[in-house]
Ligand binder design. Structure first.
Ligand SMILES: [Fe+2]
Ligand SMILES: [Fe+2]
Length: 259
């Protein structure tokens, strides 16, 4: 089985980048299942219901979130009906929605779980390793892709090695910058510290660069998105052995999407 995973989708440019590239990638690489991190898909923070549906209608099979899961508070009203949306499993004070979901793909179970890290994150969450460990004890083994939404590369590596051989893939999101460390860990888990983002490649982590400089250097204005920017995607393909649920290959896809 082949699974395609898109890093954080940032704003309209990110949504359009996924919308335009996804069908071509699915066809070219024979993809069976598509996951995308949507925590920044709406105006750079959070996910509106209409943008969630846009991603699903574009061919995404499961949308994951992160620390911006609640940046669009309307999520409270649709998350329980959103069958293809997974928010972080280790949130402290939020019980709506699900932190993990199982999908049927070619007659097989594929589980997707979203977990948040703790290092350098302002959102307080339950211990990610403890939460995941307890969760795995209650679930039966199957193909299992974990979106580990965290800032620190070492925290991500620790998490990956801790669950090596117990999940199919640990894919990092949140920093919006892809790391050059795609590999299969010794126990058979596909790993990348951060998949990167889908959005404007000429800005600062997807935001228009002048607005970020003005905000950070001069304390003026706010982060803006450039809806006319070029479109970039950062994604990975994961090949999975359907008998062992282990990964056999992880391949990064980084490209500019033509309009
Ligand atoms: Fe993000
Ligand atoms: Fe994030």
């Amino acid at each position: 089985m082949r699974i395609l995973f898109f890093g954080d989708i940032v704003g309209k440019v990110g949504r359009d980048a996924v919308h335009l590239s996804l069908p071509k990638l699915v066809k070219k690489y024979g993809v069976d299942f598509v996951i995308a991190n949507g925590e920044n898909a709406s105006h750079g923070k959070g996910l509106t219901e209409s943008n969630y549906h846009f991603l699903i209608d574009s061919g995404v099979d499961c949308v994951t979130l992160g620390n911006h899961y609640h940046s669009k508070s309307q999520i409270d009203y649709y998350i329980d009906d959103a069958d293809y949306l997974v928010r972080p499993i280790n949130l402290k004070n939020y019980s709506l929605g699900e932190g993990s979901a199982v999908f049927t793909v070619n007659g097989m179970d594929v589980r997707v779980t979203n977990v948040m890290g703790q290092a350098f994150m302002s959102e307080e969450v339950e211990d990610p390793i403890k939460t995941m460990e307890e969760f795995l004890e209650e679930t039966k083994p199957c193909i299992h892709i974990v979106d580990f939404h965290a800032d620190s590369t070492s925290e991500k590596a620790i998490f990956g090695h801790f669950f090596d051989g117990r999940v199919t893939a640990v894919l990092g999101t949140h920093t919006h910058v892809a790391t050059n460390d795609c590999h299969i860990l010794e126990g058979g888990t596909a790993f990348q510290s951060d998949v990167g983002m889908c959005g404007d490649p000429d800005g600062v982590i997807g935001f228009e660069k002048e607005s970020v400089i003005n905000r950070i250097v001069y304390g003026e204005g706010r982060f803006e998105l450039n809806d006319k920017a070029r479109m970039m995607i950062n994604a990975v393909l994961i090949d999975v052995d359907e008998l062992t649920y282990k990964a056999t290959a992880i391949t990064p896809i980084v490209s500019i999407v033509e309009k």
